[in-house]
Design a protein around this ligand. Sequence first.
Ligand SMILES: Cc1cc2nc3c(=O)[nH]c(=O)nc-3n(C[C@H](O)[C@H](O)[C@H](O)COP(=O)(O)OP(=O)(O)OC[C@H]3O[C@@H](n4cnc5c(N)ncnc54)[C@H](O)[C@@H]3O)c2cc1C
Length: 259
Amino acid sequence: MSYRLHIPTTLDQALEIRRRTDGTYLAAGTVILVNHRHSGDLISLEKIEGLTSIEEDSESIRIGALATFDDIENSGLIKRNLPALWQAAFNTAGPQIRNRATIGGNIGCFSPASDAVTALVALDAEVQVFDGSYHNIKIENLRSLEKEAIITSVIVPKRFGFSAFEKVGKRNAMSVSVINMAIAENNGEVRLAVGCASPYVLYCKATSESLSTGATDLGKAKEILLSEIRPIDDRWGTLEYRRAVAVNLLEKLVKEAGL
Ligand SMILES: Cc1cc2nc3c(=O)[nH]c(=O)nc-3n(C[C@H](O)[C@H](O)[C@H](O)COP(=O)(O)OP(=O)(O)OC[C@H]3O[C@@H](n4cnc5c(N)ncnc54)[C@H](O)[C@@H]3O)c2cc1C
């Protein structure tokens, strides 16, 4: 493998290099470089200013795409306002990876097992991308990136008074999720998201609606969940195991949320 590394300092430069070389954006490289599948042009985003900050306004928290899981874990703002995301960050990989891996890379690899994405879907987040101008896209609808778009930040509403994340993997640390799940609740509005249960992290609309009625029927919610998810069957877990884990996690989160 041979790489040609480009280090732009602005978003416009990064776009120009991408258009010219058809290269791949590089954040921390914990997916790209570990997979060793890449050769050609890599466009590092590391030196572009303004992509690491975590800031709030009255309604939301904006997390720069290059914020690491360590930054998220150490953010009191996120721990207080977005506990599901904090828990997802804390449960991602081990300390060395969390010290480097970025939230933008977690979104940009479009894996159904991306832990932070599950929390972000439950929390109704939007992803801001730059392709010459800025656009916001609901994360639950984001399946790929158009053209040469760069993820610049993720904007997470603060309206959910309760949120929580759960993950089951082969072991506690350094382990990909077999199933992960997050729930967020605000004044009767419930949002449930599940990872590893379809080709992408899934917002479980029908299950969320059944939990938003104010009179939760857990048995019914489990049935609806099983009709919504399409777990994969692989060496990390069979389909039956993933379905069983999913309903157990649902029960746990529903009880934690006091629904
Ligand atoms: C040992 C190990 C354990 C892991 N455990 C977990 C785990 O428990 N949970 C989990 O969710 N993940 C886990 N991962 C996967 C990985 O660490 C995360 O997904 C991480 O967030 C990826 O971020 P990165 O900055 O390294 O991305 P990179 O590898 O740099 O990029 C990943 C992809 O996103 C694209 N990309 C990156 N940033 C942007 C951007 N700003 N705009 C557009 N595209 C972009 C890249 O082009 C690439 O396609 C693990 C990885 C390893 C090696």
